[in-house]
Design a protein around this ligand. Sequence first.
Ligand code: FPP
Ligand code: MG
Length: 342
Amino acid sequence: MKEFTAFLLGEQENISKALQTVTEKMPRSVQEIARYAFLSGGKRLRPVLTLLWYKLLENRNKITHPVLSVYDASIVLEMFHVASLLHDDVLDNAELRRGKTSSHIKFGIRPCLLAGDALLAMGNKQMAEFQNVRLMNIISDALLRTANGEIDEIALAGKIPASPAEYLDVIEGKTAWIIRSACEVGAVMAGAGEEDTAKARNFGLNLGMAFQIVDDALDFSPEEIIGKPAGGDLRERKCTPPVYMYLETLHGQEKEDFIKKFNVIPSPIFEANQKQGMDNTGFSHEELKAINQKIIDAKFPEKTRELAQSYLDKARENIANFTGSYANMLLEAITYVKERKK
Ligand code: FPP
Ligand code: MG
């Protein structure tokens, strides 16, 4: 993983500069929130994927701009990602993100929702500067699919998915589409042909699916590592693979009780639930703790990671015909997603 990690580190400065420049172009009222959200320690995976596909496929048909560079294009999907997290932390009542106070706790819900909106708008404006309809279509689709994935996830909250496809559709929308689009933007900016562009987007889609599956496994890792309380998905009534695997071990009355408590719609007043000792769910704090421990003891997070493998294999197929250091780095990106610990 040496080359990919070195590239990731080496490009941080250029990516940060592009983020800083775009932040300065935004209305003053949202700059502080945008800066806080950008600086909260993300890995910049999405811009790096855009850059790697760009460098792998760069040719004389590449898209150019008199002032802006590929870095300015590469941060658009990062802006969407950060905007989605600003909104997501409000929806999930999350108090911590990457070990820091969530933006909506620090700045208030309304300013953060609007800062998220401003980031989405600014991302669109920045991409429009390249005057390329194809790029605009790619990022609009990413926005639509992401919003749709989140809406479907909320509709499924507290329910047991009827089939794995229901869960897979949600993660494809809420996570994989932005990663797919990050790769596709790189290919289109590079001036790649149809076949290679399809490879870029399929690579991204599959890597994105694996990324979210691994994320759902990591949700049961200690707070010191993931920077947010362990077991958040169960608390947020999301039936992710580790939760589903636990459900499958239950029978009879125990299973019925679990489903009933999982299905309790929390009061919109967070504090009211906490006063009743209900951790914003139908489960008590102690019950949640005990279930989390059982999930960890049964190694369901590890088993969940194994589900990511078929997607990682498909991502690998999409770079099988490329050679050179950028192709190697994309291969290493697959290993990075597979092995990541936070
Ligand atoms: C984090 O998931 C959230 C997402 C991956 C997507 C959130 C999307 C929206 C709020 C829709 C609106 C956004 C756009 C771009 C139109 P998680 O809650 O499972 O992960 P977490 O534990 O890191 O919060
Ligand atoms: Mg969340």
